[in-house]
Design a protein around this ligand. Structure first.
Ligand code: DP6
Length: 326
């Protein structure tokens, strides 16, 4: 019985993928840049089966959190597997089992890590069954993963990934092993999925000029990170997520992920920054939670923030050292 077990990390975008070219298999309207969150991972086990169709089930393992995937979510995941099978010319059927190493009730998106893990698991399995010359090429795998869920194409590279058009590539920046805090202010399922958000934002009057704004910020942020101009980087990252959330709030129909608690966390971040003229990069995805990234040498600051926000909110906090993955 052929079986593979693979895991892939999540990632947080500092320049956001928001808006895609309809019918293009998740090709983005602008390039994005992300930092890979090695500690937040999805595990996928793929097993060849005799049955007449592919199946999904939660992966049950003591050290992992069981995923409760909706019928629609399962179909989307299996459709991605079907696309990958087509690409390799594989006709066998498989049981897909998946689980996260982070709680599924914390409102953290797992589509990036889960689609990346499924792509990598399929590649490993299919290379055994029907090897292809491009079958282990990261660029090709990133492109394939993108077709399942856009942001997953960045999860194949670490620590930095730059996604332009078809696929992501690693980006060489001096900042590595950053510390990460996610303030979990809202754990329930999002009312507007990020796939829907991509469509809705195109109705915002602010979508005009969005591509140019994102591309300009990408160039400025790359330069700021290259030269470790932390103040500049922080400002650009902040402006970028605010820009994305304004798109949500000015779409037709308008929607918002920001809660009072998110606003409170953002205010506290601003106050702490003003007091110390130092602190983390702060960003939000299409959700209410607030992410913070600290340079490796800001360990003391990271611990202060962890204590400060941990007193009032549920948080996930990771020191920037690579985890052991089994
Ligand atoms: C706000 O990758 O979840 O997190 O391609 O439809 O699956 P689909 O969308 P998805 O969008 C993520 C959007 C974002 C920003 C980002 O990660 O760049």
């Amino acid at each position: 019985m052929n079986q593979v077990l693979v895991s892939a990390p999540s990632n947080i975008a500092l320049i956001k993928y928001m808006g895609k070219i309809e019918g293009s298999g998740n090709k983005p309207t602008n390039a994005s840049l992300s930092y890979t969150l090695e500690n937040l991972r999805t595990f996928v086990r793929l097993t060849e089966i005799d049955g007449g169709a592919d199946l999904w089930k939660p992966l049950v393992r003591e050290d992992l959190e069981k995923i409760d995937l909706s019928e629609k979510g399962q179909q989307r995941f299996l459709k991605h597997l079907a696309n990958l099978k087509d690409k390799w010319g594989v006709t066998k059927n498989f049981l897909v089992e998946s689980a996260n190493n982070f709680p599924s009730d914390c409102g953290l998106a797992s589509s990036a890590s889960s689609f990346a893990a499924l792509t990598l698991a399929a590649a490993e399995m299919f290379q055994k069954l029907n090897p292809q010359p491009w079958g282990t090429d990261k660029k090709t795998l990133s492109e394939l993963s993108r077709q399942g869920s856009g942001s997953s194409c960045r999860s194949l590279f670490t620590p930095w990934a730059l996604w332009q058009q078809e696929y992501a590539q690693p980006m060489n920046l001096p900042l590595t092993n950053m510390h990460h805090i996610c303030v979990v202010v809202e754990a329930s399922k999002k009312e507007v999925s990020s796939s829907e958000a991509h469509k809705l934002v195109t109705t915002s009057p602010r979508f005009t000029g969005r591509v140019e704004r994102a591309e300009l910020r990408l160039a400025d942020l790359s330069q700021a990170l290259q030269s470790t101009d932390w103040h500049m980087a922080r400002q650009i990252v902040w402006d970028e997520f605010i820009d994305m959330h304004r798109l949500f709030e000015t779409s037709t129909p308008a929607f918002s992920y920001m809660t009072e608690a998110s606003k409170q966390v953002l205010e506290e971040c601003q106050k702490l920054w003003n007091r110390w003229q130092d602190g983390p990069l702060v960003t939000m995805d299409a959700g209410a939670n607030v992410h913070m990234l600290f340079r490796h040498d800001q360990l003391k600051r990271f611990k202060e923030y962890r204590e400060f926000f941990g007193e009032k909110f549920k948080i996930l906090a990771f020191e920037g050292v690579k985890p052991d993955v089994h």
